[in-house]
Design a protein around this ligand. Structure first.
Ligand SMILES: C[S@@+](CC[C@H](N)C(=O)[O-])C[C@H]1O[C@@H](n2cnc3c(N)ncnc32)[C@H](O)[C@@H]1O
Length: 173
């Protein structure tokens, strides 16, 4: 399976906690290995890792990374960098090329992203050329890159597991 991680930049602890937590949870649920957070917010790290512990798998959050160092180390280890931005090329035009790679770092912003990110990224891609959200763009990009195969992932060693059912709620713990 591809190694996908997310780099979250521009996170403001006083206003982005909920959205960044959901970026992490979405990344995890759809098959990413972990999230690098380019801000200092151990609250986000703790809440995403707490969910990961209860719901299984081995998702990590690395707090307070330097985004430039994260990108350069990722590239040095053979990975490519995909920046999600409404100004980028259409996802549907480049997804086949991106799928050829096995190690992909997906970068999502919060506030206005630094200008040099557009140059450092191997691909700047858009999910529609309309403004919306880092959570929706991340979900769609991951689904396209994995071609739907991560919608039914198994998360080993969970404390709780949902049993899908037609009505109501079923789970085992
Ligand atoms: C809520 S937007 C804020 C963007 C910010 N105002 C700017 O001008 O860069 C936060 C993030 O969502 C993602 N995003 C929003 N719309 C997008 C789109 N149409 N395609 C891809 N990513 C998008 C980008 O990663 C962006 O950095």
């Amino acid at each position: 399976m591809k190694e996908v991680c997310v780099l979250r930049i521009g996170h403001r602890p006083e206003r982005d906690q909920r959205v960044t937590t959901h970026v992490g949870l979405t990344a995890r649920a759809l098959g990413a290995k972990g999230m690098y957070l380019a801000s200092d917010d151990s609250g986000v790290k703790n809440s995403v890792e707490d969910v990961a512990k209860r719901w299984g798998g081995s998702f990590f959050v690395e707090n307070n990374v330097s985004w430039k160092k994260c990108i350069s180390e990722w590239k040095k280890s053979g990975g490519i960098v995909v920046h999600l931005t409404m100004y980028g090329l259409k996802l549907t035009d480049v997804e086949e090329n991106i799928r050829e790679h096995d190690k992909i770092l997906i970068v999502v912003g919060a506030e206005k992203v630094p200008g040099d990110l557009y140059e450092l990224a191997d691909y700047n891609i858009s999910v529609t050329s309309q403004p919306h959200s880092e959570i929706s763009s991340l979900a769609l990009v991951m689904d396209h890159l994995f071609e739907g195969t991560t919608l039914n992932l198994d998360f080993p060693d969970s404390e709780i597991k949902i049993i899908p059912c037609e009505h109501g709620k079923r789970f085992e713990s």
